[in-house]
Design a protein around this ligand. Sequence first.
Ligand SMILES: [Zn+2]
Length: 273
Amino acid sequence: MPELPEVETIRRDLVPLLVGRGVTRVAIHPGGERLAVTHSPREMEAELAGRRVEEIARHGKYLLLRLDDGRTWVVHLRMTGSLMHTTDEAPAHRFERARIDLDDGTSLRFNDLRKFGTWHLVEEERDAMPLAGPDALSEAFSPRWLRERLKGRIAPVKTLLLDQRVAAGVGNIYADEALWIAKVHPATAAGRLGAARVNRLHAAVLETLHDSLGDRGSSFSDYRDGLGGEGLHHVRVHVFRRDGQPCARCGTTIVKTKVGGRGTHFCPRCQRI
Ligand SMILES: [Zn+2]
């Protein structure tokens, strides 16, 4: 599933291609109807046609396409969605759910194998993401913020890192990576971590997100950037889906377990409870 670095890579790809462009036509294909959350598919098509994209922002895993009528088209890719810029004539991808034609003869395609992606068209961006806390790359996500969120909690630290109210944009890949960098066992009761270790974990979250962003994200499965290319970071991860392979720090075999119901990868030697 695309996480913060993947969504930010798409955002950066699309800014020069989309900002200032007008939408001439939108078609949500049969089978893609669940995309449209705030409107019916036909209403969504009609509302977006004729609009101009003025700005593309991001919050956590949400893409925020701000339109010339003051509303925001909020796109979430969920499990397997992708938003790809291409030519008008490019043939439809097997899992194309919608296409958006632009006034320069190019088009955007929304491809989504699992069909969990969502579009909201809203006046207030918060309405489309009511549970999102501070974006993990924003100043609001500070060491102090993280300390306060973890304080006194008995839930596993990994579960809290995945909570979008704590750190919007962090998902399973980067939670595992950050915990390895900070040498914290993913099942540690969050409230048992001292301030110094939480600060280290905070720095590790930023480190793994920036590293991946530098590699244009990770393409473990379906993730594609805004131009249809793959990210490069999946070959550079430390633990995620590396179970059975040696830890780069100590050589111990990386193991896979479950924490809070999520597949979790860690080094049993570097990351002790
Ligand atoms: Zn190790």
